[in-house]
Design a protein around this ligand. Structure first.
Ligand code: COA
Length: 162
């Protein structure tokens, strides 16, 4: 059965639901509750949840450095039964909307080199691999650094009248 999925900013009340997503989607690579709490509390961070009438089905967490003009997506995850329906894309877009609202136009993230579903999602949404980070994950797995730069977005090329 399909339920409407809404995406909204997370609040401290969402901690338990977000921890469930972390556990089910990342297992022993999950963020601990202190880390998730920090994403919810820090002014230079934010979290987004995807919610159906049954509860939280997905979450994304990001840090946003206005000083550097850079936003880093730390986690995007959707419960298995809700994947392939655009929820991941909605979470990603919500992070980007929040970055833009904070004046940030360079977005980056790390993803395991064998996480094909995630890499496809990011590529389909304009992210490009810019580097490989050896041994990034706890078991020594490598990560790709992926980046999207929208600094020039919406700028028009002015053609001087002759
Ligand atoms: C990566 C992840 C977040 C993607 O979430 P998702 O909700 O499945 O993502 P989307 O549905 O937005 O996009 C995935 C695919 O579904 C397709 N899709 C989007 N809307 C759709 C719809 N309405 N109906 C059918 N398919 C759809 C997309 O086109 C995409 O397909 P493609 O890869 O062939 O182009 C999810 O697989 C996940 O949680 N994985 C485990 C955690 C993880 O590894 N996270 C990344 C850490 S860096």
């Amino acid at each position: 059965m399909t339920h409407t999925v809404k995406v909204r900013p997370a609040t401290p009340k969402d901690l338990e639901g977000m921890m469930r997503i972390e556990e089910l989607c990342f297992g022993d690579e999950r963020f601990d509750s202190e880390t998730v709490r920090a994403y919810l509390a820090r002014t230079d961070a934010f979290a987004i949840v995807a919610v159906t009438k049954d509860g939280i089905v997905g979450a994304a967490m990001s840090t946003a450095s206005a000083r550097l003009g850079r936003g880093r997506i730390g986690s995007v995850a959707v419960l298995e039964g809700h994947r392939g329906k655009g929820v991941g894309k909605k979470l990603l877009e919500a992070c980007e909307t929040e970055f833009r609202a904070r004046g940030i136009t360079q977005f980056l993230l790390e993803v395991a080199v064998d996480n094909i579903d995630a890499i496809k999602l990011y590529e389909a949404n304009g992210y490009r691999i810019s580097d490989i980070i050896g041994g990034y994950y706890s078991r020594g797995k490598d990560a790709y650094l992926m980046e999207k730069d929208v600094t020039m977005e919406g700028r028009r090329v002015r053609i001087r009248p002759s």
